[in-house]
Design a protein. Structure first.
Length: 392
């Protein structure tokens, strides 16, 4: 007989299926879109541009292959398990190499596990088996196939605790952690919590600067300071709305696929223009193709997670307010950091070292942006291999 405890900690295989009814409903809703008039400026300063959204809608309804998302996800081993009362979805790919290092990688917003899929091969089966990883790619609570929390308190810190529990449940006694965007916040907090077995972390967004005064003495520091100020002045709209009123925007995100797509595209300037060129000009940058972008948007739509994902920002804002004025625990584990040129701000090494006392790897690369793993999976994977090489 299975006990309650066994049921709660059970790891269950998962498969994704899309019904024709879901696809028909999505296409009907796209066709019924009541379009806004064209923006009155020649750039994105008023928001996502009409030409971008109309081309996205046309491609989504007429040319996008809805079977590809199902096939891509079901091509890798997927599972669910309950942690702290929430059913968590995760991808778990073991390398064929015996001494592969386990690593948990966390996506961000407006991403999902979709943005990490093309790193699975390069990380689990690299040319040199000594660099191989066993990968665990969880969906954040309220994102994708992870259930949305039914109670308050699921901020990045609680997720970090859950991820350590997941790695323990999978039998891993030593592992690394990696993240960008929201995933960088979770990974940063894992480093501060220092769960048993965590060898080190790698991040590609310096989340600490959102709550710290950073020096602006060198040319690199001044450039980063200006980029951060620009983001706060003109690129912070999505962040503020979700951190203060996620329920309000959630109604649009669950009712209109075009509203959802526009909201997910309206992130940072670099990635927005890359996505626009992919749809309007047919010129993708790296891996940011029309199909890749729509795989991610379609996942949000079919799972109905626009509002629950937005609430994670509200939870994190509440946690930051509660911790205001308190110095967080330092990160004692080794830290690797990669700066990508298209990131919202390019963090100088001096900023990274001020945030983390034990920086064991730092590099600036020549391409890639905020969605580095998605846009440049091979380059991103090479950075992860390099960052963890000394920790094996």
């Amino acid at each position: 007989m299975t006990t309650t405890v066994d049921t709660a900690t059970e790891i269950r295989p998962f498969q994704f299926e899309v019904s024709e009814g879901q696809i028909d409903d999505l296409r009907r809703r796209i066709a019924a879109t009541r379009w806004s008039s064209k923006e009155l400026v020649g750039d994105r300063s008023q928001g996502v541009q009409l030409a971008t959204m109309q081309e996205l809608a046309r491609y989504w309804a007429n040319d996008y292959d809805f079977g590809r998302l199902e096939a891509r996800l079901n091509a890798v081993p997927q599972f669910t398990t309950e942690i702290d009362g929430v059913a968590i979805h995760f991808i778990h790919v073991r390398s064929s190499h015996e001494n592969a290092l386990p690593m948990i990688m966390t996506h961000g917003w407006p991403g999902s596990v979709v943005e990490l899929l093309d790193t699975v091969g390069p990380l689990t089966e690299p040319a040199d088996g000594a660099d191989a990883f066993d990968l665990v790619l969880p969906s954040l609570p309220g994102y994708g196939f992870s259930r949305e929390p039914a109670e308050l308190g699921w901020n990045a810190g609680r997720t970090a605790v859950a991820w350590a529990g997941l790695m323990s449940r999978l039998g891993y006694t030593r592992y690394g952690a990696q993240g960008g965007d929201v995933g960088a916040a979770v990974t940063d907090l894992m480093g501060r919590q220092a769960p048993e077995g965590l060898l080190g972390i790698h991040i590609n967004l310096l989340v600490t600067v959102l709550g710290m005064q950073m020096p602006a003495e060198s040319e690199e520091e001044r450039a980063a300071t200006e980029a951060l100020a620009t983001f706060r002045e003109t690129g912070f709209g999505y962040f503020l709305e979700m951190a203060t009123r996620p329920q309000t925007i959630g109604y649009a995100l669950l009712d209109s696929p075009i509203a959802l797509a526009a909201w997910l595209l309206d992130h940072d300037t670099d990635s927005y223009y890359k996505i626009t060129r992919a749809f309007v000009d047919g010129e993708p940058t790296g891996n940011l193709t029309r199909d890749q972008i729509l795989d991610n948007v379609t996942l949000y739509w079919l799972t109905g997670t626009g509002a629950s994902a937005a609430r994670s920002y509200w939870e994190d804002a509440l946690a930051r307010a509660a911790a205001a004025g308190q110095a967080p625990p330092e990160v004692s584990v080794p830290v690797g950091f990669t700066t990508f040129p298209g990131e919202i701000w390019q963090s100088p090494r001096s900023w990274v070292e001020q945030s983390y006392p034990n920086v064991t790897y730092f590099n600036k690369v020549d391409k890639g942006g905020h969605f580095a793993a998605w846009e440049e999976p091979e380059l991103f994977s090479s950075e992860i291999r390099a960052a963890f090489r000394s920790l094996r």
